[in-house]
Design a binder for this molecule. Sequence first.
Ligand code: HEC
Length: 235
Amino acid sequence: MLRSTAAAAAAAILQSMPRAYTKRSSPAARAIVPVLLLGAALATLLGAPRSAPAQEEAFTESVVIFNTVCAKCHEAQCSGRLSFDSRYESAVRHIVRHYGPADGKAWLQKELFAILDYMKRHCAYYPMDVPLPPKRAWGPEMLQRFGTLLEHDYFIPLGPMEAGAYRLELQLAEATRVTVQLVDASFEMVVDECRMPDGTGLTLPFRLEQAGELYFRLYTDRPVALTRLAVEGPS
Ligand code: HEC
């Protein structure tokens, strides 16, 4: 399907949706189209390059929230599917209960809903269209978009990795206890360590038995920013 056809389909659905979903026009307008496309023409959306950077940004934020906050209960849920039916209203209350800042943000609620739907259908993390930094080293500015604003919990795709021995290094703005997780694309936990860093830095050697996509997740005990992340290897 051509992008224009997909956009027309999305526009048609948009018109047929209850007003409550559409009235917050500015943030919703930014984000509503990819959500609708996801429902209406998922394959098309995934096959086509994203057009507006603003849409990407919005989805990155939601994916990070989902994979830190919601993942505590919904990680690796690979069965059933969701639909925009009457259950959506109660799901919204549930979403806001678990993530207060989503209150009143229809675009965010819809994206979080769509991300769980994607996980259930595809048994996979929602794809994030984000570039990998050179040498797999992330600085403070890049890291900001992968963290939740309040808790400073992080979810970062590390990209495709070869099997082998690696070293993960992270730097925090202040010393605090952290839980570091590395999860592969089929939700297998490669690393799950709770550590008190030595000062503000932490080095964690790990071994990847199988090549594949890897994801980094960090829970901080109190809201402390991650200022550097680097993955060295394989050796
Ligand atoms: C403390 C655990 C917990 C957390 C955290 C949590 N949920 Fe849930 N959620 C559940 C349970 C339990 C159900 C009902 C059983 C089910 O459908 O999995 C549920 C149901 C749902 C449903 C409806 C599923 C369906 O099939 O109808 C949606 C949508 C949902 N959650 C989204 C979220 C989102 C988005 C977040 C993050 C903001 C979140 N949940 C955080 C436990 C949790």
